[in-house]
Each structure stands twice: as C-alpha cells, then as structure tokens.
Design a protein around this ligand. Structure first.
Ligand code: NDP
Ligand code: ZN
Length: 179
C-alpha cells in the first residue's frame, strides 16, 4: 500500500505539467490512475508490481524519468515492466505502432496486463472525452490499431479482454470502429 501511494505521488509529480488531449485538457495523472483502477477493480489484480507499473507506465516515455530512478524507488522488476510498455521515441510513429502489435505476444504477462488496461482506458477516453480535433477516421484508425495490439496478447486475462471487447463494441455502435 505504501509503495502504491509512493508511486502515485511520484507519477503525479513527474506528470504535473502535462494534460490529456481532450478538449478540457484533463490532468494527465488521471490516466495512470485509471489504469490501476481498471486492473484492481475490474480485473481483480492485486499483484503490487502490476499496479505500480500501471501508475508509472508513461513516466519514462513522457517525462524525464530514467530507468535507474524507477529501479531505485520501485525495484528492478517494476522498472522492467515499465520498460516493456515504453515505446522507443527515437523511432518514427508508424514504426512504433507497428512494433506494439509485433511485441504484444512476447512481453511478460505483467506487461501484457498493463498494456491491456492502457488500451481499455484510451478507447474509453476516445468515447467519452476524445482528443480535440480528431476526425472520425482517426478515431477509427486508433480503435482498429488498439484491437490489433490486444489480439496479440489474448489469453492474458479473460475479464479484461471482455472489458476491452465491450469498449470496442461501443466504438462500433458509435461509428468509431468496424465490426
Ligand atoms: P497519438 O499517438 O498522437 O495519440 C494517441 C495517444 O494519445 C494515446 O495512445 C494516448 O497515449 C494519448 N492520449 C491523450 N489523451 C487522450 C485521449 N483523450 N483519448 C485517447 N488517447 C489520449 O495518435 P495516434 O495513435 O493516432 O498516432 C499517430 C498516428 O496516427 C500516426 O501513425 C499517423 O500515421 C496517424 N495519423 C492519422 C491521422 C488521421 O486523421 N487519420 C492524422 C494524423 C496522424 P498514452 O496512453 O501514452 O497517454
Ligand atoms: Zn497510457
């Protein structure tokens, strides 16, 4: 519990000047907290490493946080899970997206759970509070890409996959995705 609170405080500080892409520019920290909430309260996951990695999942990718810093505060295993869900920002965006699809089946089970929760939360955000100025086509591309990533990790967690599929179906119903 204390480590989880430490991770929330750490991520809140690291993301303190960042906002989500929705019209209201919601505080960025809502997103890592939403992942941990989905994992714990929809997935029934109580593995502390997974919940810590969820809270910290965007710190290396989107802030000045280093791998060593995560090792120092949260241990090598949590740092490794975060590294597994971190895109290589030196690569072009299209290549990063292709690699997420390719890697989904080969990352650790803990990293697959974090990735699954990330895709659930991002699709829900697109439904409820989409990035400002995204066209229908762009939303559709995102939904379909997210499904391809999740298809690569099927078998990781039936309940969370069902939550993803339900969110995807809502996207289909509102015209954001193909059946
Ligand atoms: P981005 O990667 O730029 O944005 C999506 C990411 O933004 C999410 O994965 C999420 O990442 C974060 N995010 C922040 N706020 C929200 C929110 N409210 N709802 C959902 N996600 C949010 O976009 P794309 O995934 O579309 O990547 C760019 C790709 O799109 C390029 O490959 C390009 O080819 C294509 N493109 C398509 C266009 C079109 O109109 N069809 C136009 C321009 C580009 P996190 O979990 O890390 O916070
Ligand atoms: Zn994320």
């Amino acid at each position: 519990m204390n480590q989880l609170i430490r991770a929330i405080a750490f991520a809140a500080d690291k993301h303190r000047n960042q906002r989500r892409k929705d019209a209201e520019a919601s505080p960025y920290i809502n997103h890592p907290i939403a992942l941990a909430n989905v994992l714990a309260n929809e997935g029934g996951i109580d593995d502390e490493r997974v919940l810590l990695a969820a809270v910290l999942h965007d710190t290396i990718e989107d802030t000045d946080t280093s791998h060593d810093e995560l090792v120092q505060w949260f241990g090598a295993e949590v740092a490794r899970i975060v590294a597994e869900v971190t895109d290589d920002k030196s690569l072009p965006k299209a290549e990063r997206k292709r690699l997420q699809i390719e890697h989904a089946a080969h990352i650790s089970h803990a990293a697959q759970l974090v990735k699954l929760a990330d895709k659930i939360c991002n699709l829900r955000d697109i439904l409820a509070m989409p990035p400002a100025n995204w066209s229908e086509e762009r939303k559709r591309e995102y939904f379909e890409w997210a499904r391809r990533v999740v298809d690569g990790l099927r078998g990781a967690h039936a309940g969370l996959e069902a939550a993803f599929d339900e969110t995807y179906r809502k996207g289909v119903a509102s015209g954001h995705a193909l059946a």
